[in-house]
Design a protein around this ligand. Structure first.
Ligand code: PNS
Length: 158
């Protein structure tokens, strides 16, 4: 049983995340989306809302996906759930620079857990939750950038 964690903040889930999830599902029997509980950040959506949105959008398409939350070290969470791999999506050289030290530190802490870097398709490669929230809050269209249930929830929140 090959199991991977896809960790992140997912505030909110974007089509870029979905693209990475689909690719991860081709490689692993089970993919656990791990939402980081970060008390230092004020998210748009609560943890429960983010979990529910991901379940609603992803589960029907990819039944092998589980959604969970974690705090503390990612690698401890990986061991807890018995994952052999961590999935990360990289969009640019800047992302790579951010990821590389994390990959090496996580490897130092847990050499048994491998990080797998995936690249989304070109049309989903520039999507960031932060930019999407900014565009939406200023009245711009985010059609096609996030799944429809996310747009619906963002409109409710406005
Ligand atoms: O989607 P994000 O916000 O870029 O995700 C960052 C994440 C969750 C992968 C990273 O912040 C993380 O792993 N946090 C858990 C704490 C931890 O393990 N830190 C040491 C990393 S080397």
């Amino acid at each position: 049983m090959r199991r991977a964690i896809y960790p992140g903040t997912f505030d909110p889930l974007t089509n870029g995340h979905l693209d990475i999830i689909s690719r991860a599902c081709r490689l692993f029997d089970e993919v656990i989306i791990g939402i980081l509980v970060n008390p230092g950040k004020q998210p748009l959506f609560s943890l429960a809302e983010r979990m529910a949105l991901i379940e609603e959008v992803v589960k029907p398409v990819h039944p092998q996906v589980e959604v969970a939350s974690f705090s503390g070290l990612l690698i401890d969470f990986a061991h807890q759930v018995g994952a052999q791999a961590v999935i990360r999506g990289v969009r640019s050289a800047r992302d790579y620079e951010y990821e590389q030290p994390m990959v090496l530190m996580n490897r130092r802490l847990a050499p048994d857990v491998e990080t797998v870097i995936l690249i989304a398709s070109a049309e989903n490669s520039d999507l960031s939750s932060t930019l999407i929230k900014e565009v939406f809050s200023l009245g711009g269209s985010i059609e096609g950038l996030v799944p429809d249930p996310v747009i619906r929830k963002m409109k409710e929140r406005k």
